[in-house]
Structures are given as structure tokens and as C-alpha cells.
Design a protein around this ligand. Structure first.
Ligand code: SAH
Ligand code: SF4
Length: 337
């Protein structure tokens, strides 16, 4: 727009972004979980995952679609089992890069239905029915470490003039940043909170989650209590089961006690293998036994029983593998097609 003063154009260019995501790869078929790998303006790669309604996982059946959204390129928290943290943190995502994940998936969906319509639909604030009805902030990165950009993005996605997605349909998952959990508790919006617990004692958590040394369980749980008191909302504990690490039945009792103390729900998730890491999911019987032990304690528990998990199922893996391929191939060699 050369009719605008150059100084204004420079400022618009520096401060705003339109269509900041470019689709590099997509995995998975329609009606199943589909993973999108995006390239950002600075060539960084991030992932978003589109999950069709899954009553077993999220509790309500409908034509809902949940989008799992990333908040950072990489992650500084270095949980031992996670692909996103393997190469550390590169940078925070900007507000527009978080919001754009929703719009870009919806645009992609429309263009699949009608290639001529690509780009003409799914504008934010258009009042049209969205493809994406629920959001989980469980992609790459630690969302509460990018607090300001995340909250600004969620306000846009939630606002009636914006995405119109109810705050109760938005779940933020954290590895346990206690001070930011308290800050979120003081925010007026009613987001859901999921805690990546993965261990019900400091001993187990310290082995796999370095964040526990900074904010040990006592501090984390008291921040969760504060959240619950202020919000009156149920918290979910995510507990990935990793063979020989946190799947001993003796772990079930302290976990049940924490869940009771917070009136929390426990979501058991069989570990997804990450290329190059030694961890594995426990055998089926062990998963069922862990579930039964929690149920016996009266804990509200679900076990994710997904069929056939492919090699890139764990979040952060598609990016990692693509970056490693890119490092080993000439630029524009078509290795990613
Ligand atoms: N940083 C935030 C959100 C992103 S991770 C957090 O840690 O909560 C989202 C969830 O995926 C977390 O519960 C995380 O522990 C889990 N996760 C990471 N790697 C996984 C793997 N290989 N298999 C199953 N779950 C995994
Ligand atoms: Fe970061 Fe969450 Fe992965 Fe831990 S589990 S390294 S906090 S993305």
C-alpha cells in the first residue's frame, strides 16, 4: 500500500502480522487426529493438533473439534520424557502466532472442502460457526512461561468480537509454575486448568521434571488450592504412565490423596514413545491395574485408550524430526514433500 506513508508501513510491518503460518506438513486423515507443522516468518517450526470429538477423553459427545495449540518454539523446562524440551527454548510465540493457529487450521479445512474458497472464510469475529469449538493449550512449550502473550491471545479467541470460544472450553496445561498459577487464579476469565503432574511424590517428580526442584509439590498444590478457591473450578491432573518410572501401584495412593485434597480429576495417559529417548509405555495390564487402584480409592479417573500410536504421536516430535531432516539435507531439496 504505497499510498500509506513509509514510516507507517514500516511500523505496521514491524508490529503486526497477517497469515504468519505456512503449512509445511500435515499428518493424519480426516476424522482422525491431524497434526499440522507450521513454519513461522523466522523459519521456526511449531505444531498444532486437531482432535475430533472424543467422548472417552473429554467427556461430551458432539461435532466438536479441539485444537491443541503451541505457545513457544521449543521449551526451557526440559522434562526428561518430552520431545518439545529436547533442544531447549528458542523463543516465545507472539500473540498473533498463537491466535493464527486456530485460523490457519480453519482456513485449511475450508480449502479442503472447496479450494476456491480458500482464504475467504473463517475470519475471526465473522460470527460464523467455527470448526474449532474447544482449545487445549497442550502443544509445544510451557504456556505459563509466555503468560502475557498467551492471555492476550486467549482473550482474543474468547471475546464475542473475536473467536467467540467460551473460556470454559479453553484448557491451559502447565508443568507446574506455581506463581503463574496464582496469577491466573486472579484473572477474571474462567479457563480450565490442567496440571502435568506425572508423579505424586517429590521423589518421582524430581526424577523426570526439573521444574519440581524450583516449585516442589507442596508449593504447586497450594497454588492449585488457591486457583480452586478463586475459581471454584475442578482441576485436572494429567498423569502420563511411563514404564518403570511412575507406574508402580504404590504411586496410586499418594496420587489419590492429592486428587482428593483438590477434588481433582485424574487423566491417565499412556506414554507416547519419543525417538531417541529410552522411555516406554507400560503394558496394557499395568495401565488397567493403575486405573483400578485409583478407582478403588474413589478417584475420578479416565484412562486414554487410543489405538495404534504412530511414531510422531508425541507433541514436538514432528518438528524435531523435520528439523533434523532439514539439517541433513540441502535447502529446498524437496525432502519434506
Ligand atoms: N508445557 C505444558 C503444556 C505442553 S505439554 C505442560 O507440560 O503441561 C502437554 C502435555 O503432554 C503434558 O502433560 C506433557 O507432560 C505431555 N507429554 C509430553 N511428552 C509426552 C509423551 N511423549 N507422551 C505423552 N504425553 C506427553
Ligand atoms: Fe516443556 Fe511441557 Fe514438554 Fe515439560 S512437558 S518439556 S514443560 S512442553
Amino acid at each position: 500500500m504505497t499510498n500509506l506513508p513509509k514510516a507507517l508501513r514500516d511500523r505496521l510491518q514491524a508490529e503486526y502480522g497477517l497469515r504468519t503460518l505456512e503449512l509445511v506438513r500435515k499428518q493424519g486423515a480426516r476424522d482422525t487426529t491431524q497434526k499440522f507443522l507450521w513454519r513461522l516468518a523466522d523459519q521456526s517450526l511449531i505444531e498444532s493438533v486437531l482432535i475430533p470429538a472424543n467422548p472417552a477423553l473429554y467427556g461430551e459427545a458432539s461435532d466438536r473439534h479441539t485444537l491443541c495449540v503451541s505457545t513457544q518454539v521449543g521449551c526451557a523446562y526440559g522434562c526428561k520424557f518430552c520431545a518439545s524440551g529436547l533442544e531447549g527454548l528458542k523463543r516465545n510465540l507472539g500473540v498473533e502466532e498463537i491466535v493464527e493457529q486456530v485460523l490457519a487450521v480453519e482456513r485449511w479445512n475450508e480449502s479442503e472442502k472447496d479450494p476456491a474458497a480458500a482464504g475467504a472464510v473463517a475470519a475471526i469475529g465473522s460470527g460464523e460457526r467455527r470448526l474449532i469449538t474447544n482449545i487445549v493449550i497442550m502443544g509445544m512449550g510451557e504456556p505459563l512461561a509466555n503468560y502475557d502473550n498467551l492471555l492476550k491471545a486467549l482473550r482474543i479467541l474468547n471475546a464475542p468480537w473475536g473467536g467467540g470460544i467460551g473460556a470454559r472450553k479453553i484448557t491451559i496445561s502447565t508443568s507446574g509454575l506455581a506463581p503463574q498459577i496464582r496469577k491466573l487464579a486472579d484473572d477474571p476469565l474462567q479457563f480450565r486448568l490442567a496440571i502435568s503432574l506425572h508423579g505424586a511424590t517429590d521423589e518421582t517428580r524430581n526424577k523426570i521434571m526439573p521444574v519440581n526442584r524450583k516449585y516442589p509439590l507442596g508449593e504447586l498444590i497450594s497454588a492449585c488450592e488457591y486457583y480452586q478457591r478463586h475459581k471454584g473450578r475442578m482441576i485436572t491432573f494429567e498423569y502420563i504412565l511411563i514404564a518403570g518410572v511412575n507406574d508402580d501401584l504404590r504411586e496410586a495412593q499418594p496420587l489419590a490423596l492429592l486428587a482428593r485434597r483438590l477434588n481433582a480429576k485424574v487423566n491417565l495417559i499412556p506414554y507416547n514413545h519419543v525417538e531417541g529417548l529410552p522411555w516406554e509405555r507400560p503394558p496394557e495390564e499395568k495401565l488397567e491395574a493403575f486405573l483400578a487402584a485409583l478407582e478403588k480409592e474413589g478417584t475420578n479417573t479416565t484412562l486414554r485408550r487410543e489405538k495404534g500410536h504412530d511414531v510422531d504421536a508425541a507433541c514436538g516430535q514432528l518438528r524435531l524430526r523435520t528439523e533434523r531432516q532439514l539439517a541433513g539435507s540441502a535447502p529446498h531439496s524437496g525432502a519434506l514433500s
